[in-house]
Design a protein around this ligand. Structure first.
Ligand code: PEP
Ligand code: MN
Length: 333
């Protein structure tokens, strides 16, 4: 941003005050007189109003912001059925199976999530699958099973919307709409999902930059979404050792620099259950405001993503390791 000065003789003092705010500055000199200061404000922590308030500053000129609605959410939390997610709130555990397979399966999974101290039940009714011959979910019918399982266990529900035409029915059965990695830049879908006026879980595209991710959130907010929670789920990389490459740098950036709600999905990142616990610890250490972990009552029989699903005992063990249950005891209704 450009800071113009009322009087060039104030240049040193204004520079010192800007630097005391942690800002990088450069003097713009013309005819040997400093008439303006260039300020690199890549920190969301200092507003232009704060700079304008410095004595001797005539005006602050900012380039148009790429995502003004999102920037205005810095430091704010997203509320999902009364559960707060984001800065300063206790970390939230979202869990459930990859796919909703039957009323019994999702019911058992929901009980396991509840016992582990989870607050949000996940499960796909509509599944994006690479192969058209793979199980793609039970569709609309599974939404009712998911909704019932959440209600019976006092859990909020998040589930993916794959198509614009399903937004209304999914919105009628969920507390939060999920946009999957493959659809992060499906702009028509983002518009339709945003216009439902609900909180959205926005998974990062597997080859999307952080800026593209932020811009997709702006699309959702512009369309009317009631808050966006980012979900890092790993990037496509050169190395097949893990299913994806978990980008914790991006998580730290979203949480600490942009100060926006972000959760980590270690399940799709790792693709294997034995790495869920260490990646979960790392995610929380990096600043994640919660985790989305796949679990299944019988992972060996799962119709999708079985190798990365925890069984109920493993989920409870993970939650205990992360000291989630005692945390939630203090906050649970
Ligand atoms: C999911 O969460 O079920 C899913 C399909 O994940 P992603 O979009 O991250 O691949
Ligand atoms: Mn899955």
């Amino acid at each position: 941003m450009l800071v113009t000065l009322s009087d060039p003789r104030d240049a040193e003092r204004v520079t010192a005050e800007l630097q005391a705010l942690g800002l990088w500055t450069e003097k713009l000199v013309k005819d040997s007189v400093t008439r303006a200061l260039l300020v690199r404000a890549d920190s969301a922590h200092v507003s232009s109003e704060r700079i304008e308030a410095i004595e001797g500053v005539a005006a602050v000129w900012s380039p148009p912001r790429a995502h003004p609605r999102l920037d205005a959410c810095a430091g704010m939390r997203v509320t999902v059925a009364g559960i707060e997610i984001g800065e300063g709130a206790p970390p939230v555990l979202m869990s459930g199976p990859c796919s909703v397979e039957s009323p019994e399966q999702i019911g058992e999974a929901a009980r396991a999530v509840k016992v582990a101290g989870g607050r949000v039940l996940r499960g796909g009714a509509f599944k994006p699958r690479s192969s058209p011959y793979s199980f793609a979910g039970h569709g609309t019918g599974a939404l009712a099973w998911l909704h019932e399982a959440g209600k019976a266990n006092g859990l909020a529900v998040v589930t993916e919307v794959l198509s614009e035409r399903d937004v209304e029915s999914v919105a009628g059965h969920a507390d939060m709409l999920q946009v999957g990695s493959r659809n992060m830049q499906a702009f028509g879908l983002l518009k339709a999902v945003g216009s439902a006026g609900m909180p959205v879980l926005l998974k990062r595209g597997m080859a999307a930059t952080v800026e593209e991710w932020l811009l997709s959130a702006e699309h959702l907010l512009l369309a009317g979404a009631k808050g966006v929670v980012f979900c890092e789920r790993g990037l496509r990389s050169f190395d097949p050792s893990t299913r994806n490459l978990l980008d914790l740098g991006a998580v730290a950036l979203i949480a600490h620099v942009h100060r926006l709600p972000v959760v980590v999905d270690p399940s799709h990142a790792a693709g294997r259950r034995d790495l869920i616990a260490p990646l979960s610890r790392a995610a929380l250490a990096a600043g994640a405001h919660g985790l989305m972990v796949e679990c299944h009552p019988h992972p060996e029989h799962a119709k999708s993503d079985g190798p990365q699903a925890l069984d109920p005992g493993e989920l409870a063990q993970l939650a205990a390791q992360l000291e989630w249950r005692p945390t939630l005891k203090g906050t649970d209704a």
